[in-house]
Write a protein that binds this ligand. Structure first.
Ligand code: TRP
Length: 447
């Protein structure tokens, strides 16, 4: 087996894992959910669920990964006994399939972001026809930009853990934060923004107990922390044995929540600035325009009303989206690529091109059958697979893996972990509370 990579520092891991967690789910998904789910009530529920349900599952993934220091499938198999081996293979392969399918739809959306970025650039250069082509939905455009986005993703993954994932995460994540703060500050000065800020912070507490809201918040928390497919497990397998895992996991969760909340401060006020400038932001039924019309209709329309500043704002905004998507997509591709190189012994570069090429074929299939497949793949992966695989991870950690071995793993890099608050709460929590809560919410989503 070729030497495996390892993150060279704590910061490198935190930025890479935060890069995975912070993606379109934060900047696009989260504000939409807030807008359509009672404003601050959703923010509140989402933060609580991240700590109660998502952080413990994140820790399960990180601990399993660092223990085995192998790809996802082998990592789970290592913990299983003869009787649970079949379940370990099932969980590992299902996770790998889910990671690949998430990438297959995510890259299509990321391609749209890239196209809009080029559209804004063409606008700046006064090329209005070209700009129109970039921002109009067409089969050719979607194919070209999806392939371009795969090329970026694959070329980073092919370079390996330190010179690929780590180097690009540590370059791109600070850029992302700066872009975000610049955009928030600029939008906040525009007329109408104050209304958005007010609505964002105003929680409609009657909504907190709404089961649909809770379910949406759970799905959002899982997707946002990249859980339930082995992404965090494989990133965990590249953490050095001298690092304190509970603390690293907490940093990642806090960054992820922080950027989601910041994204709300960007997108929600922007919608009200748009309204102030005469752009329609409510549909006929009086609901805020959400999903794709928010990003691809409302915001571009807003940028149009802002003149020269709007062109720059739109370039910054779509580069923000593309960067966020890229640091996430590499983490999805890493799951099957790690399997191909760790377990099948393929050379990393070759594995990246082959696996990346295969997943690209799935994307092409979806682009050609968009109406039938796009929503289906999203539902299968995010609504069903992620929570259920997350549940299986909890089962392995809570019921199958010997508790003293788990403690030994955590103690590496965290001396005295046996007396920590984390160790007093977390083991029983992943054993009983997380599986029950996931099942309960899952059962409700079927009903
Ligand atoms: N968390 C990312 C986002 O919020 C998406 C993501 C990256 C992901 N890797 C994942 C989602 C693995 C699920 C599983 O956009």
């Amino acid at each position: 087996m070729a030497a495996r990579g390892e993150f060279s520092s704590r910061t490198a891991f935190v930025l890479a894992a935060a890069g995975s967690a912070i993606g379109l789910g934060n900047i696009w998904g989260f504000p939409i959910q807030v807008a359509s789910n009672g404003g601050g009530a959703f923010v509140f529920t989402y933060i609580i669920l991240t700590f109660l349900l998502a952080y413990p599952v994140l820790m399960a993934e990180l601990i399993i990964g660092r223990h085995a220091k192998r790809d996802t499938v082998s990592s789970i198999v290592v913990l299983s006994g003869p009787r649970s081996r079949w379940l370990a293979y099932l969980t590992g392969f299902w996770g790998m399939l889910t990671a690949s399918l998430i990438l297959s739809f995510y890259a299509i959306v990321a391609g749209w972001m890239l196209a809009h970025f080029f559209g804004a650039g063409a606008n700046l250069l006064g090329q209005t026809d070209l700009k129109q082509w970039f921002v109009s939905n067409s089969l050719t455009r979607n194919l070209i930009f999806c392939v371009a986005f795969y090329a970026l993703t694959i070329s980073i993954i092919a370079r390996g853990v330190t010179s690929g994932i780590e180097r690009w995460s540590t370059r791109l994540m600070p850029m992302l934060l700066v872009l975000m703060v610049l955009l928030i500050a600029y939008i906040a000065t525009q007329p109408g923004a104050a209304e958005g800020w007010r609505i964002y912070w105003q929680p409609d507490f009657s909504q907190v107990a709404n089961p649909d809201l809770v379910l949406d918040a759970l799905g959002q928390a899982f997707f946002s922390l990249s859980l339930g497919v082995g992404t965090m497990m494989v990133y965990g397998s590249y953490i050095s044995k001298s690092e304190n895992l509970p603390r690293l996991g907490a940093s990642v969760a806090i960054l992820d929540i922080g950027v989601a909340v910041l994204a709300g401060l960007l997108v929600i006020p922007a919608m009200y600035v748009a309204q102030h400038n005469g752009v329609t932001i409510y549909d006929a039924a009086g609901n805020l325009l959400a999903s794709d019309s928010l990003i691809f209709t409302v915001l571009p329309a807003l940028f149009e009303t802002m003149g020269g500043a709007g062109v720059i704002t739109s370039i910054l905004f779509f580069s923000l989206m593309t960067i966020a998507a890229l640091t996430s997509s590499i983490s999805m591709l890493e799951v099957p690529v790690a399997y191909a190189s760790d377990s099948l012994g393929m050379e990393r570069r070759r594995a990246s091109y082959m696996v990346g090429g295969l997943v690209l074929l799935i994307s092409v299939l979806i682009i050609f059958n968009f109406g039938a497949l796009f929503g289906l793949v999203i539902a299968f992966t995010t609504k069903y697979s992620e929570p259920l695989i997350g549940l299986l991870f909890c089962v392995f950690v809570g019921w199958i893996w010997a508790r003293n071995e788990i403690l030994q793993e955590i103690q590496q890099g965290a001396e005295g972990a046996e007396n920590s608050l984390f160790w007093r709460i977390w083991p029983n929590y992943v054993k009983f509370v997380c599986p029950l809560l996931i099942l309960l919410l899952f059962w409700r989503s079927l009903a």
